[in-house]
Design a protein around this ligand. Structure first.
Ligand SMILES: [Zn+2]
Length: 318
């Protein structure tokens, strides 16, 4: 099954994880796992996707038919996998081949305003991932939520928490530009301390009870410890930060406070249908996390800018 996108746009972000460097390899690898684009051609077995369709490409490909796809967990698809690996090329390219196109791609057949493109691009990863953290942490109307991490996913987590009705939304982060955006997105409180001081501050903000829902959007040990420590007894932590350890930190406080810890790689394909109307109507503007645009030649500098915290997230327009 072959399918190519042109006039595509992709995001650059989580490819490096927290190591911020990749080992030099003899095997060529095309980076990039988030994209939107227009279908150039389709293979003989493709049934629903048509040439000329404008499509959103989630970061995982999936058949759309297996038991896990039916459960809305396309990231565990029996025949699926991830873009930007050594096996399946990523989207930072003039064209990208999409395996299992009918299950993987989400086509939009209505005319879409160019101004919405950055926000549509976030549905391929960061907005769906922030939403996943909110769903797993059981964000509830009128209750409190905290977002650990002020990167693109954390900021989308703020949007998601607001969208699902959280009344108090605390962002834990320390970069002025990101905090300002978080406030625009609906954060009611900012905690810039770290470690025990951050826990103390959140307790002050919540009548010493902790928050109902914690969206963990970093993946480092300290962030996870903070997330569990600021959860209210009986609360929940939804973790979407790629973990950097083999064990889950904070086991003991989670146990004694009956804090539910869940989450994982986000099945963003399952969330597009729910989030898309809000994007099309302009109710949410997650595309504002893209604060720099580069061409393919500018990708290395885009990664550098994100690493140096000059840019929140970079959009690539081949
Ligand atoms: Zn499947």
């Amino acid at each position: 099954m072959l399918l190519f996108g042109s006039r595509a746009a992709g995001g650059a972000g989580t490819d490096f994880g927290h190591n911020k460097k990749m080992e030099r390899s003899d095997t060529r690898r095309v980076m990039g796992h988030e994209a939107i684009g227009v279908v150039e051609d389709v293979g003989a077995d493709v049934r629903t996707i048509k040439r000329g369709d404008f499509v959103i490409m989630p970061f995982a490909f999936s058949d759309g038919t297996c038991v896990f796809c039916h459960d809305g967990l396309q990231t565990s698809c029996i025949h699926g996998g991830f873009f930007g690996t050594t096996d399946v090329a990523g989207a930072q390219a003039e064209a990208v081949r999409i395996p299992l196109a009918d299950g993987t791609l989400f086509p939009l057949r209505a005319h879409v305003d160019d101004a919405l493109m950055p926000s549509l691009l976030t549905l391929s990863d960061v907005m769906g991932t922030g939403h996943h953290a909110a769903v797993i942490s059981r964000v509830t109307p009128g209750k409190s939520a905290a977002v650990v991490g002020d990167g693109a996913v954390g900021l989308c987590g703020v949007i998601a928490a607001k969208r699902l009705g959280a009344e108090q939304i605390i962002i834990l982060g320390r970069h002025a530009d990101r905090i300002a955006l978080a406030r625009d997105f609906g954060a009611t409180d900012v905690v810039s301390e770290r470690g025990d001081a951050a826990v103390e501050r959140v307790r002050e903000l919540t009548g010493d009870q902790g928050v109902h829902s914690v969206l963990e959007c970093v993946g480092l040990e300290q962030a996870m410890n903070t997330a569990i420590s600021i959860a209210r007894p009986g609360g929940a932590v939804g973790r979407v930060g790629v973990p950097q350890e083999q064990t889950i930190p904070g086991s003991e406080p989670a146990f004694y406070n009956n804090v539910m810890v869940g989450g994982g790689v986000a099945p963003v394909r399952a969330y597009i249908e729910e989030l898309l109307p809000d994007v099309l109507e302009g109710k949410i503007q997650p595309g504002r996390v893209f604060d720099r645009i580069v061409g393919l030649d500018g990708v290395p500098d885009g990664y550098r800018a994100m690493n140096d915290r000059e840019a929140i997230k970079v959009m690539v327009t081949p």
